[in-house]
Design a protein. Structure first.
Length: 344
């Protein structure tokens, strides 16, 4: 049976989702939607499907089986919940919601829809599908390196004032729910929670150093983890900025009892006996945003493949909510008035 798919939000990230849907043999794009009529019309024309400016109208008239939510952060939870209430499967871009309260509401809606009708929901933490990341998780889970003792991560990237001006919601609390941590570094924080263990606490600082925006462009934090890969509580340290002169590779370093893992795009594993192994990420992406890699395509294809399964999808709203909570723990001390305005 062909799965009917729709994409809501026709900004930059939508191209990845649209290309991924087109590559699936058993999926058919049936509609797109954007609050900007010109953008909705242009995307609809290029993709050969009806265009909408209202998500509710798309739900009723296009009747999709799966909806991809690619809108600005503030509307992620609202649209995803509306789809789930209609028993429509959902893939939502990161962050799962603008704030912890919205995230919790989406988690509840996803759990209810899943229990009642088997409706699935996914969050785009696609970096978990990178070949080196998968290899790191498999190695850590195997126990060959012993328990995880701690980790570090970094995102040292470059963004310009023009980047924020092109999509003004990005640089605001109301539209983005935050800055660097919510929009760029969130993926690496998720890798730390997946590779080290569930995040049970977060402390740190976030601030504006260079860019003319409401939200942070630089942050440092310490995450507390406790899970099956650790022997009790361990910590990871994290630094991120959007003020560098260029985009450096993200880094994740994990210290275990019998070796170290270093992610710099590829994975290097240094065992305690001196043996070193490398796992390389093949770059085979195609389409409008091929330079972003293939992990989005892998996640989306896997989601569609698992639709007949009874089990929930393995990266769900609860994973997204955990990262949003950790980020907001840092925001609460660094921008208390802004956080209060989001939750009032």
């Amino acid at each position: 049976m062909t799965v009917r798919a729709a994409v809501i939000g026709c900004g930059d990230i939508s191209a990845i989702h649209l290309d991924a849907i087109a590559a699936l043999p058993d999926a058919e794009l049936v509609a797109v939607c954007d609050v900007d009529p010109a953008r909705a019309d242009e995307t609809a024309r290029r993709r050969g499907v009806p265009g909408f400016t209202d998500a509710a109208a798309l739900f009723e008239r296009a009747r999709p089986d799966v909806v991809h939510v690619c809108t600005p952060h503030a509307s992620h939870a609202k649209i995803a919940i509306a789809a789930l209430e209609r028993d429509i499967h959902v893939i939502v871009e990161k962050p799962v919601a603008r704030d912890p309260q919205q995230a919790a509401a989406l988690v509840a809606a996803a759990e209810a829809a899943g229990a009642a009708h088997g409706t699935k929901s996914a969050v785009c933490f696609q970096n978990r599908y990178n070949v080196p990341v998968q290899a790191a998780h498999e190695l850590l889970s195997s126990g060959r390196l012993g328990h995880v003792l701690g980790a570090s991560g970094s995102v040292v990237w470059h963004r310009t004032p023009e980047y924020y001006a092109a999509s003004p919601w990005r640089g605001t609390w109301a539209g983005g729910g935050g800055g660097l941590l919510m929009n760029q570094a969130i993926h690496t924080i998720d890798l730390l929670q997946w590779l080290v263990g569930p995040i049970t606490g977060a402390a740190g600082t976030a601030s504006r150093r260079v860019l003319p925006i409401e939200v942070e462009d630089t942050a440092e934090l310490t995450l507390t983890h406790d899970g099956p890969l650790t022997d009790g509580v361990v910590h990871s340290v994290f630094y991120a900025t959007n003020t560098h002169a260029e985009n450096e590779p993200i880094t994740v370093d994990i210290v275990a009892e019998r070796g170290h893992l270093r992610l710099r795009g590829d994975l290097e594993v240094a065992y305690a006996d001196g043996t070193v192994e490398t796992v390389v990420e093949p770059l085979t992406a195609t389409g409008e945003r091929s330079y972003w890699g293939v992990s989005h395509e892998r996640l989306i294809a896997d989601f569609y493949r698992r639709l007949p399964d009874a089990a929930p999808f393995w990266i769900g709203p609860a994973d997204g909510a955990a990262v949003v909570r950790a980020i907001h723990d840092v925001y609460a001390t660094s921008f208390p008035e802004a956080v209060a305005s989001l939750t009032s």
